[in-house]
Design a protein around this ligand. Sequence first.
Ligand code: KDO
Length: 377
Amino acid sequence: MLTCYDIVTPFASGVNFTLVWERGGQPAWRSKTGAITRPIWEDMMDLSLTRRKFLSTVATFSAGAAVLCTIPALAADKITLRMSTPATETDSRTVALSTVFAPAIAEFAEYQPHYNASLFKQGTELEAIARGNLEMAITSAQELAAIFPEFSIFTAGYLHKDAEHQKKVFAAEFMQPLKQKVEDELGVKLLSVMYLGRRQLNLRTDKEIKTPADLAGVKLRMPGSEAWQFLGKALGASPVPMAFTEVYTGLQTGAIDAQDNPLPTNRDVKFYEVTKQIVLTSHLVDLNYIAFSKKVWDSLTAEQQAAVQKAADEAAESGRQKQLALEAELEQFFKDQGLKVYTPDIEAFRTHVQKQYLESDFSKSWPEGMVDQINAL
Ligand code: KDO
């Protein structure tokens, strides 16, 4: 129990009460002797009293009574931010969150990461946040597209140019209504964009892949959602849905012939141990968003919100720089592991993939003129 301040209440003038906040409980009035305890809402008629309202109440009352309130005792009552992801704890994005994001907000929040989809299955995190069962996730445009079809624009192959372009798109004016919709309708705030990297094809077979036609019949694992499956098809392969955490075994047993992920991911989860080649298609400059519960966001003070936003942006930047550096050096690493690493006919892939997207139902949901706006950035 945290004892706070001596204040004179407007409800019991002349009587000196101590306002107490019980950890995980409710604020209450207590007499100097500790004899009377009654919930504050009996006085305030406010059943939805939050900690934030409690603080402002204290400020109001104390101003009237000219008694100083000190807040520090309440700082011990931190919020918990559970974050669920299929990624490992050594992934650049998760490292950035635990080493940059978490310490920056440690004063008022306890960051609690859960890796390898150990808390929520890949693709179910947004719903978990919406239901109040999770506070944070590293989500994808493909997952958002399953709820808001217009997000499929960011899942289209060969659209984003590079990491900087992703940042500009996320910060662009035209992005605002989309972010707002996710906030209003799902209760999820997209804080910042994280760079996952250029997705490359990674096969357990050694047949050379030069054009989309060479992928005919290749069982290419893609994550579960429709937008991901479409990308696999657009590349010319036969897409197979499979969770990220099952891919290594899928490649090892031959349940799938190939998977696609950026080079840093391929190294992080050791896909090179069970594959023979990496084809540098760079078919998707992939991103993730730092997703944050709107309900939790609304419970924070303006200063705390600013701190969370800043911490998220700094973590995203730190992760981005690490991924870029890794991408630059890993080609040699895979060659040293005995894999073939080569560039196919990129123009053939680009033309094939872009045509499929423009002719698809996905493109019908894209906001008018947005492809041009993205290309113009
Ligand atoms: C994957 O399942 O292949 C993928 O790369 C999809 C991404 O959106 C993201 O979920 C990622 O997995 C995980 O964070 C693991 O790196």
